[in-house]
Design a binder for this molecule. Sequence first.
Ligand code: ATP
Ligand code: MG
Ligand code: FE
Length: 356
Amino acid sequence: IRVLGIETSCDETAASVVALDGASAPDILSNVVLSQIAEHAAFGGVVPEIAARAHVEALDGIVAAALADSGVKLDEIDAIAATAGPGLVGGLIVGLMTAKAIAAAADKPLLAINHLEGHALTARLTDGLAFPYLLLLVSGGHTQIVRVAGVGDYQRWATTIDDALGEAFDKTAKMLGLPYPGGPNVEKAAAKGDPTRFAFPRPMKGAAQPDFSFSGLKTAVRQAAQAIAPLTDQDVADICASFQTAVADALADRVSRALGRFRTEFPDQHEPALVVAGGVAANRVIKATLERLCTTAGFRFVAPPLKLCTDNAAMIAWAGIERLRAGLDEENAFDFVPRSRWPLDTVSVPVVGSGR
Ligand code: ATP
Ligand code: MG
Ligand code: FE
């Protein structure tokens, strides 16, 4: 099976061709990602209108590049898979409409893919991971723990009650005068800082409820920064280091609770695994904390390569392959309307259409 994937839900314009032949490992034949970071940097965050326009301008070229890189001609493609939600609706419309046009013109099936399902299934593309496993998705828009038990079988065990973790990094960076995107810059500054200088809260630590919260931490950072302003470079580094440690500590508490629940629900699973996805998974301190936690709990820690952890179209093409293989192909995706909100738990509804 060869699937062309298209991703336009946020600030990356991406296309990819992924192939699966029989029982052998899947092949990413091409994976083209154009980031719009430069377009949004001046505004300190993603501007939806700018994102949608940038997708319109870039997508045709990105799809052509993905096909050219893959060496596969459009008529040798078996299906087109496009992100249909959740995300910024302007970008979703551009991607799904383009996919519909290509699928209709080439007379190929069309799959409307949930972006979160793409993240959820990536570890099977990269590591051949078997079901069930636990997913920690930490990005600019999402902070979730999801139990992944099969294609279309997802259960959200935890989510954030306020800010997403990447958002908390970005807002913290902004408060401290660090450039956008905040995450990598906070991590860089933190490397030179003292993580014990500020005792920031560990939101939700010890709470019976599994969810995340980061807005209180963000407020604590703002208050600490205001109290000692004007900030020296060392102050900024110390705040970043203290913030990052608080985040890693809070995450570890929330995740360890989920690992315990996974053990209880799947007592026969001899090698349980935790997968991380999303841009925040790039953070080395967070990654090391989670890895240690997994080792202690007897879980395998799976961190796919960063290029496939952040937004990309290979994961969308792969989700398409997984859905085709699972026979989830009854609904006509040509009628599918992009959804800005689309919880992963609800995608058990199959979404695929035939030629037109
Ligand atoms: P979505 O939630 O729809 O996937 P997104 O585009 O915001 O959208 P990603 O591209 O996966 O998500 O991740 C971007 C986020 O990851 C940003 O918030 C960024 O600050 C954060 N991030 C990137 N690198 C790091 C890092 N080293 N440490 C912490 N956060 C990071
Ligand atoms: Mg992004
Ligand atoms: Fe994403």
